[in-house]
Design a protein around this ligand. Structure first.
Ligand code: PEP
Ligand code: MG
Length: 576
């Protein structure tokens, strides 16, 4: 057992097993039970194949363009995908150490990197960059299989304590705090942003622990006392039992899922709607557990995972949508039509969802392949007889697209003799936001997709780790666009909600309400916390906050301002 003393920044006792987050690559390491080893090995295989396709794609594009001399460089990276020292070693780490795949790839990369750094030969040393690229790509593909940090953590057995060198507020916002009992960080002080957030969320936290995150093994039991700043690493079982009893007492009243799905309102009585984003029908039980009012975003392209488009026939889709609608009814479900990537929609191939590339994706792709869009709309219209359903189009950029989509939809309703359902547009491109007053006349509702809106406004690929610092939700341009949409929606009386990751960030939700939004959709695990934050908001105050934030000229200034406001309000509530 080891005893450490850091700075207790948020009171309470927490007990759990260590989950370690290594930054800046944001790789989490956590222990896996034996029955999960095969799944992690399969995830590595999938990431290798996906990386191979991406690299072959890049190589082919280069080979046919003016930079054709660079194409062979990618042969080296393709070879590395088969290198036993990297992928083979990662498999071995998963099997021997029983840790998650992303961490195993990270570890294997670190071993190879050290090997390369020690080499004299400058040519071979240069290969270090390639290996960094390949392992980064593998990790990205592992992360972007639709499994976010929150989902990863939700699969860990029992309560956990997050150990990180640093925990940013946006990362903190991605965590399911009903499972993460507390956190310990190497860096930090009492005024540390995340510490302020931890206090307002009543999650025990100790910061300033120097190098704990690099020394601790994933799965090690920890007892953390946020009042005294003490952290016991691997304590005796009797000490764990005693701490657990204290923890139960001190966590009473902390972030918990509501037992009833009461609608949520701000402290001054403004009703805020909270729906859930889901990808898989298996996520539905979470809806109940976390208290979502319905489904605000069903990413239907997940239905195609591992399937070809042709095999997702109208009937296959119809049954899937019926099952979803029936399970959620009488609460409403908003189903987004496929947001697919043009490169992977060829016949006989399993399509992939779109995340980064602009171009032929979302509704545009649907209009270019009306048979695909038509099949999906027919299945949706038929399923709408089973319960309340709304249809939403992704990646809308212009009024003509909405008109064409509506014409196809109305033709289908006419053929089927079915009543129309509400049709909405996702506002996730700057173009759509800027013409939202015009689009408002064409739609029944708007949903702001900030994940894409941020990437296209700031010209930052949301899947590129190297640019993550530039991906700034609080950038003044993003805030202005959100305000434009919120105002247009209000003026035209079009319901609007926001379903990007921003909605689930407890530090940002007040600002969003201040910008005029009263409906959000988010990952189910984020709902309990966001509810708690909303219940403490006063609309007049957050409107003032938003007005001031909109006058600031950088994302850093806005962030600082929000945290100062949060710190002031938590100080106030502790004095009460
Ligand atoms: C968005 O872009 O904000 C969104 C919710 O959609 P996705 O993350 O599926 O692109
Ligand atoms: Mg999107």
């Amino acid at each position: 057992m080891e005893r450490l003393t850091g700075i207790g920044v948020s009171p309470g006792v927490a007990v759990g097993r260590a989950v370690v987050l290594a930054q800046p690559s944001e790789v989490v390491r956590f222990p896996i039970p034996p029955e999960r080893v095969d799944r992690e090995l399969a995830a590595i295989e999938h990431a290798v194949e996906q990386s191979r396709r991406q690299l072959q794609d890049i190589r082919a594009r280069l080979a046919s363009g003016p930079a054709r001399d660079m194409a062979p460089l990618f042969d080296a990276q393709l070879l590395m995908l088969d290198d036993p020292l990297l992928v083979g070693r990662a498999r071995q780490i998963v099997r021997d150490e029983r840790v998650n795949a992303a961490w195993a790839v990270h570890r294997a990369y670190e071993e190879v990197r050290q090997h390369f750094t020690a080499m004299e030969d400058p040519y071979l040393r240069e290969r270090e960059t390639d290996i960094a690229d390949v392992s980064g790509r593998l990790r990205m593909n592992l992360r972007h299989r639709g499994v976010g940090l929150r989902e990863l953590l939700s699969e860990i057995d029992g309560p956990s304590i997050l150990v990180a060198d640093e925990l940013t507020a946006s990362l903190a916002a991605q965590l399911d705090w009903t499972r993460v009992q507390g956190f310990a960080t190497d860096a930090g002080s009492r005024t540390y942003h995340t510490a302020i957030l931890a206090r307002s969320l009543k999650v025990p936290a100790v910061v300033g622990l120097h190098d704990l995150s690099s020394r601790i093994a994933a799965g090690t039991p920890i007892v953390l006392d946020g009042t005294t700043g003490e952290v016991a690493v691997d304590p005796e079982p009797s000490a764990i039992d005693a701490a657990r009893r204290r923890a139960t007492r001190s966590r009473r009243g902390a972030a918990r899922a509501p037992s009833v799905q009461a609608p949520v309102s701000t402290a001054d009585g403004v009703r805020i709607r909270i729906d859930a984003n889901i990808e898989l029908v298996e996520d539905l039980p979470f809806l109940q557990e976390f208290g979502a009012e319905g489904i605000g975003l069903y990413r239907s392209e997940f239905l195609l995972s591992g399937r070809t488009l042709e095999s997702a026939t109208e009937d296959v889709q119809y049954h899937a949508y019926c099952s979803l609608v029936e399970q959620v009814a009488p609460r409403p479900v908003t189903i987004r039509t496929f947001d697919l990537d043009e490169r992977h929609t060829g016949l006989g191939r399993a399509p992939e969802r779109s995340r980064a590339r602009p171009g032929l994706r979302g509704l545009r792709l649907g209009l270019a392949h009306p048979e695909v869009l038509g099949t999906q709309l027919r299945a949706l219209v038929r399923a709408s007889a089973r319960g309340p359903l709304r249809i939403m189009f992704p990646f809308v950029t212009g009024v003509e697209e909405m008109r064409q989509a509506r014409a196809i939809f109305e033709g289908i309703c006419h053929d089927l003799g079915a009543a129309p359902v509400p049709l909405g547009a996702m506002i996730e491109t700057p173009a759509a936001a800027l013409i939202s007053d015009m689009l408002a006349r064409e739609v029944d509702f708007f949903t702001i997709g900030t994940n894409d809106l941020i990437q296209y406004t700031l010209a930052v690929d949301r899947t590129d780790d190297r640019l993550s610092d530039l991906y700034e939700p609080l950038h003044p341009a993003v805030l202005r666009l959100i305000r434009v949409v919120s105002r247009a929606a209000r003026r035209h009386r079009v319901p609007v909600s926001l379903c990007g990751e921003m909605a689930s960030d407890p530090a940002m939700v007040g600002l969003l309400v201040g910008l005029g939004l009263t409906a959000f959709s988010m990952t189910p695990g984020a709902i309990p916390l966001v509810r708690r934050v909303i219940e403490e908001l006063r609309v007049e105050e957050v409107r003032r906050l938003a007005r001031h934030a909109l006058r600031l000229s950088t994302a850093a200034e806005v962030e600082q301002y929000l945290f100062d406001a949060l710190a002031a309000s938590t100080g106030e509530s502790s004095r009460r």
